[in-house]
Design a protein around this ligand. Structure first.
Ligand SMILES: Nc1nc2c(c(=O)[nH]1)N[C@H]1C(S)=C(S)[C@@H](COP(=O)(O)OP(=O)(O)OC[C@H]3O[C@@H](n4cnc5c(=O)[nH]c(N)nc54)[C@H](O)[C@@H]3O)O[C@H]1N2
Ligand SMILES: Nc1nc2c(c(=O)[nH]1)N[C@H]1C(S)=C(S)[C@@H](COP(=O)(O)OP(=O)(O)OC[C@H]3O[C@@H](n4cnc5c(=O)[nH]c(N)nc54)[C@H](O)[C@@H]3O)O[C@H]1N2
Ligand code: SF4
Ligand SMILES: [Mo]
Length: 732
């Protein structure tokens, strides 16, 4: 029975399908992929097993219990013992079953035959694929040095093996997805508190959430704890140009003018300081640069800020007083994704500084420090290669790059320019920069500079679509993973791990096996001479009892104290205090305290395009999941009715949205849930890959339209700097 590809697939139909039918599926033409979904349960092994695992539909790692019947996963339930997720499994978590039994899964290694992105593939055996990849890597190393190969791994428990492989292979050009995500936030909090804190929302009494959408962009336990705290009387104030679900549930929503949050927070600091609403002892003992900050914020009055951010001065003043009244159990939520403006680090510094003024460090309801869990991370003594260049390819392009994470945007620039040295190979694992890196054409330009690109994924993502060699990975429900420490708030000083709940489907192979195969072919086998089991045993060496807890509860918790851990300790900053004034920034010629500069003008007849999450999509990658696709089959352009009227755009028209780098056509959604000067569209649509058979041909790709600016301090992508025109699309 052929799988129904484009109509709606109900949950019932899906279960029938996964439980019995066999299906044919095609990627880039029916001659290429033919595979079966698993056979249904046999009568003789009909017993139900309940197996622990950890969700991987996004990075949160919520605990789950898989119901397995006859070797088939029938349902995923939340693990009630799993404190971090507070016994929750979201819509995407539930849809994980469809990730496992997706007819669009990659099934065996594929080698590109036609032009890049043409979609013509040849099936290879694993030996052929690994021989091919090893030969290509060797060739690039010989011709361009080992740093001529770039490695990029997304958020995953096995990403560490990509890093290990890069290290022993000899390339320091490794990037994570983080420079498209949260590096400017991390930079800002690290450069204020000496570490990136975790918010204790559960015990907080007043939260200002700016540029974050916790009730749609789920972060556990923050999302759930925010709701619990609100039931206990915590006040939530949301600043967002869109009326998000978080805004809808908040006590107050302020549709702030995009890019002006710093003005708001400097004015909050102004009020707290001038009205002496801070804890004098805390400021004197724990902070550095208070007097300078006091002078600095004098010009930043609420009246001045109101003109910038379009939030009334009386509200700013009131919010500052309300916040201070319940401090230290009050916070400016640090946020998560901060890939938005060219000065995002400084914007988030203003968040951090207000937190410092509230004295909320290391106390209930405030910013808490990460807690060590005691898991070992086995290291490696990598060989040294004399002919390598001195530094990463993106080094020196901004002043405070994170060496470990790098910058996708700046690396891409360097690859295209061929400077300071050529990069000719690219290995991507569990990341989809064709959808999640702003300015898709630049990514294609980068790929066209390469001699060899290899992608390891579970489906034919847009990134895989552009690769030369595509290797199939097992999903999280089919593989054994190393343990991982989650070091967040009150709910998560814990260790998680994964074991397969069902055997791996098709010919998929986990990343450890892939890099081990490559290492063996490259005379580096000695660095990958262990099994996953042996690796994990090393991780647990200093944690007796943890394995038993994992077996019993699906998670191991460390119940060390959460507050007061900094008593008698110094902060890990240059001044050993919380840096209101950052000495290192001053030395580097950066603003040591955030200086407000108005955002780029939107321009006549234009709109600012902003990025943001919704509850049914993970970044750029779950839109093809049959269950989630049913909930969200295409994206739309959010446009305010007043703006639409000026452009003669009517409800349900198709529109063309265009920036200086690209354009897309999609349906419009006329809504007052967005400011008249701003537009929004969801990520993960307008795909190029015909291997994503549900979503192919649906909606428009935001990565095609987003211009690629970067945060000037950290190199984090800056995705909200894009101005677009909107017009009615032809033929609509
Ligand atoms: N336009 C736009 N761009 C964004 C964002 C946005 O909201 N809008 N968000 C930004 C943020 S915050 C982030 S964190 C980044 C994230 O950016 P990415 O790291 O690109 O994240 P995903 O889009 O989730 O891509 C994950 C890829 O891994 C594949 N995959 C899923 N499970 C497995 C598995 O088990 N094994 C393997 N090998 N592959 C798997 C998926 O098919 C997909 O191709 O994007 C950033 N860029
Ligand atoms: N359902 C779901 N949950 C997820 C993810 C997912 O993809 N889907 N991804 C996870 C990941 S990797 C991350 S990093 C987090 C991201 O979670 P968040 O950090 O909450 O990120 P976004 O959803 O991108 O929310 C950013 C919000 O900022 C608003 N905004 C735009 N410009 C401005 C501005 O100038 N000022 C202010 N104040 N607001 C502005 C946007 O409208 C948007 O609502 O979510 C995580 N949770
Ligand atoms: S928030 Fe949802 S998708 Fe993310 S790990 Fe948890 S259950 Fe899975
Ligand atoms: Mo992210």
């Amino acid at each position: 029975m052929p799988v129904k590809r484009n109509g709606s697939m109900t949950r019932r139909k899906f279960l029938q399908l996964s439980a019995g039918a066999s299906a044919a599926v095609a990627v880039g033409g029916p001659r290429i992929l033919n595979a079966l979904v698993p056979a249904g349960p046999k009568a003789e092994d009909a017993g139900v097993q309940k197996l622990f695992s950890v969700c991987d539909m996004c990075f949160n790692k919520c605990g789950l219990i898989a119901r397995v019947e006859g070797g088939v996963v029938q349902k995923l339930d939340p693990n009630p013992k799993f404190l971090k997720s507070r016994g929750m499994l979201c819509a995407r978590g539930n849809a994980g079953i469809k990730q496992l039994y997706d007819p669009d899964r990659l099934k065996y290694p594929l080698l590109r035959k036609g032009a890049r992105g043409e979609g013509r593939w040849q099936r290879l055996t694993w030996d052929q694929a690994l021989d091919y990849a090893a030969e290509k890597l060797q060739k690039i190393a010989a011709q361009y040095t080992r740093c001529g190969v770039l490695f990029m791994a997304g958020s995953d428990l096995q990403s560490r093996f990509v890093h290990r492989f890069a290290e022993v292979f000899g390339s320091y050009n490794v990037i994570s997805h983080e420079s498209n995500c949260l590096l400017s936030r991390n930079r800002a909090f690290l450069d204020t508190f000496g570490e990136v804190p975790y918010p204790d929302m559960l015990n907080c009494k007043y939260v200002i959430m700016a540029g974050a959408n916790r009730f749609e962009a789920l972060v556990t336990p923050d999302s759930i704890d925010m709701m619990t705290a609100m039931r206990r009387g915590c006040k939530l104030v949301v600043l967002d140009p869109r009326f998000t679900k978080t805004a809808a549930l908040a006590n107050e929503w302020h549709p702030i003018k995009p890019g002006t949050d710093m003005a708001f927070f400097l004015a909050i600091a102004h009020v707290i300081i001038n009205e002496q609403l801070y804890d004098e002892k805390f400021i004197a003992e724990k902070t550095y640069g208070f007097d300078r900050l006091k002078t600095h914020v004098q010009a930043y009055t609420p009246e001045w800020a109101a003109a910038e951010c379009e939030i009334a001065a009386k509200d700013i003043r009131r919010i500052a007083r309300e916040l201070a009244a319940v401090s230290p159990a009050a916070m400016v939520y640090p946020g998560r994704r901060s890939s938005d403006y060219e000065n995002s680090t400084q914007i988030r510094r203003s968040f951090a500084i207000v937190n410092a003024l509230l004295g909320n460090w290391d106390r209930p309801g405030g910013m808490t420090a990460a807690r060590k869990v005691g898991l070992k991370s086995p290291g490696v003594e990598a060989p040294w290669y004399d002919d390598n260049p001195e530094e990463r390819v993106d080094a020196g392009r901004v002043k405070m790059l994170f060496e470990e994470e790098g910058s996708f945007k700046l690396t891409r620039d360097a690859v295209i320019e061929g400077k300071p040295y050529p990069i000719k190979g690219w290995l991507t694992y569990k990341t989809n920069p064709m959808q999640t890196g702003a300015n898709r054409r630049r990514t294609i330009e980068m790929i066209n500079k390469l001699d060899f690109m290899m992608t390891v994924d579970i489906t034919m993502s847009d990134t895989a679509w552009m690769a030369d060699l595509v290797l199939p990975a097992p999903s999280y429900l089919e593989r054994q993973d190393p343990a991982s420490a989650l070091q967040g708030s009150s709910a998560c000083a814990c260790v998680v791990s994964r074991d397969p709940v069902v055997p791996a489907l098709f010919e998929s192979r986990p990343m450890l096996e892939i890099v081990t195969g490559l290492a063996q072919r490259l005379n580096l086998g000695e660095f990958f001479d262990f099994t996953m089991e042996q690796y994990r045993r090393q991780q647990f060496e200093k944690l007796p009892g943890a394995l038993a807890a994992l077996e019993k509860d699906g998670v191991y918790y460390n119940h060390d104290k959460l507050y007061g851990v900094y008593e008698g300790k110094v902060f890990k900053t240059m001044s050993k205090k919380i840096e209101l004034y950052n000495k290192r920034y001053a030395d580097l010629g950066l603003d040591p305290m955030p200086v407000y500069r108005p955002p780029r003008e939107v321009g006549q007849g234009k709109f600012r395009l902003v990025v943001g999450r919704d509850a049914y999509i993970t970044q750029g990658s779950t839109t093809n999941n049959a269950l989630l696709f049913e909930l969200e089959p295409e994206n739309t352009l959010w446009l305010h009715p007043v703006s639409a009227a000026k452009l003669s755009i009517r409800p349900d028209d198709r529109v063309e949205v265009a920036s200086s780098v690209g354009k897309g056509k999609l349906k419009v959604r006329l809504t007052k849930e967005i400011r008249p000067d701003t537009v929004y569209m969801a990520t993960g649509f307008g795909v190029l890959s015909r291997g994503l058979s549900n979503v192919y041909g649906k909606g428009a790709c935001i990565a095609e339209v987003l211009e690629d600016y970067a945060d000037k301090i950290s190199g984090n992508m800056a995705m909200h700097e894009t101005m677009v025109t909107v017009k009615k699309a032809h033929g609509s």
